[in-house]
Design a protein around this ligand. Structure first.
Ligand code: HMG
Ligand code: MG
Length: 298
């Protein structure tokens, strides 16, 4: 039987590091990106051009993006919250940006300082400009299962936002379980609703692993034909405006899991584990990846 290819979208340098309070020097961020690329990852979200007043950790995005040694077939997208961030991204010659409206009203206020509707309007302006300029645009929808302030979010509300984000010209919408409260059951209910408005090839899964459900949620999502999965090296990650959110599904765990399904990711797990150890050592904390821990003990 043929097994579909899965596209891995690495978010460690952005989602992974944005939540770290201790500033990670630019050289370390760059070295991490180089290690991830040399492990074979083809999509590495590398920086975010948000307000430095909001996320100080990401304030060196320009230096990161202008100093990484890019490998030709690797995609290095950046997160952009508004036209100001877009102009900066464009000056750095990025080829892909990611916009990130929320599915929940309260989270939108905390994370973007505006309503869902206002956020969608702002992001539409960014996306339309980027498409006009020939860039690829990816859209996140956050809080797709639950919100740290509002609790459960209805799948129909998420489908509505997803439809709108796709209509802005995004090639893909990444469904973000920002606080990792999803289960295989809630993910199934979500997928059924979202697939009314989107094709599986235009969706990605972005699971935080707070309750340890990341891989089972992923399997539930993959059963609907989704082919892009977000993950973060060493399981780093979280959002400062989503209290209690832990890291993303770890890339090492994802690669091991896909290997078991017979999916060839072309990622070198040994090099990936090494990249995970590099950043965990720098942050002086144990890795959140069980696969990394298991292989690290050898
Ligand atoms: P605001 O304070 O309402 O914006 O923030 P403002 O337009 O009033 O600007 C305030 C100041 O910031 C001004 O400076 C602007 O120039 C500056 P001042 O005049 O006071 O000196 N500013 C900027 N500077 C640099 N780059 C910019 C920029 N924009 C404004 N782009 C804003 C609104 C959206 C900017 C703010 O709320 C923000 O930056 N939010 C981003 C928060 C964030 O990054 N969260 C984490 C990422 S989302 C996430 O992790 C979820 C995800 O992983 C998916 C999932 O897990 O579900 C994607
Ligand atoms: Mg996230």
């Amino acid at each position: 039987t043929s097994v579909p290819d899965i596209r891995i979208y690495e978010v460690g340098p952005r989602d992974g590091l944005q939540n770290e309070t201790k500033f990670v020097p630019t050289e370390v961020k760059i070295e991490l990106i180089h290690k991830l690329a040399s492990a074979g990852l083809k999509n590495i979200e590398s920086a975010s051009f948000v307000s430095p007043k909001w996320i100080k950790q990401m304030s060196d995005g320009v230096h990161v993006m202008t100093n990484i040694k890019k490998i030709p077939d690797v995609n290095y997208p950046v997160l952009v919250p508004n036209l100001k961030g877009y102009d900066i991204a464009k000056k750095c010659n990025v080829e892909e940006i990611a916009i990130f409206p929320a599915g929940s009203e309260a989270f939108s206020q905390k994370n973007l300082n505006c309503s869902v509707k206002e956020g969608l309007n702002r992001f539409r302006a960014v996306a339309e400009q980027a498409v006009k300029d020939g860039l690829r645009v990816r859209g996140y929808v956050s809080c797709v299962v639950g919100c740290p302030y509002e609790g459960p979010i209805s799948p129909t509300a998420i489908a509505k936002v997803t439809e709108e984000v796709l209509s802005m010209g995004c090639y893909e919408v990444s469904l973000g379980d920002t606080i990792g409260v999803g289960t295989a059951g809630s993910v199934r209910r979500l997928m059924k609703e979202v697939l009314q408005v989107a094709k599986p090839e235009n969706l990605a899964l972005h699971f935080h692993d707070t309750y340890g459900q990341g891989l089972s949620n992923l399997l539930a999502g993959l059963e609907f034909g989704i082919k892009t999965v977000d993950s973060s090296i060493s399981g780093l990650g979280g959002c400062p405006y989503a209290r209690g959110a832990s890291g993303n599904l770890a890339t090492e765990d994802l690669v091991y899991f896909l290997y078991g399904l017979g999916v060839n990711t072309n990622v070198d797990l040994v090099k990936l584990v090494e990249a995970g150890r590099y950043i965990s050592n720098f942050l002086a904390k144990p890795t959140e990846s069980k696969v990394n821990r298991a292989l690290g003990d050898r």
